[in-house]
Design a binder for this molecule. Structure first.
Ligand code: SF4
Length: 95
């Protein structure tokens, strides 16, 4: 299932070895599991508005964002935040 949530070619084998089934349980209730990954991994410069609209309605938003931050997900929209927004959040947390 993790492939559904990551841009093609971005899953590192070391992550697959460390991620447990319970880490991923929230994905079974993820709203984006019903929509496909395209909205969440748009081409560079494309809008993320539709992905954020879906995330805003998703009950798994907090778990999704926590997972993305804990696993240093660099690509796509996770937990309603874009790549730049997650990077900003990470930087603010370090200061
Ligand atoms: S918050 Fe967005 S990306 Fe995360 S599981 Fe929900 S719909 Fe998917």
């Amino acid at each position: 299932m993790i492939e559904r949530f990551s841009a093609p070619g971005t899953i590192l084998p070391m992550y697959l070895e460390t991620i447990t089934a319970s880490d991923m349980a929230w994905q079974e209730q993820a709203l984006c599991a019903q929509t496909g990954a395209d909205f969440f991994f748009p081409e560079p410069g494309s809008s993320v508005r539709e992905a954020k609209r879906i995330c805003a309605m998703c009950a798994m938003r907090s778990a999704c964002l926590e997972y993305a931050l804990n696993n240093d997900e660099r690509f796509g929209v996770w937990g309603g935040l874009s790549e730049k927004e997650r990077l900003g959040l990470r930087r603010r947390a370090q200061n």
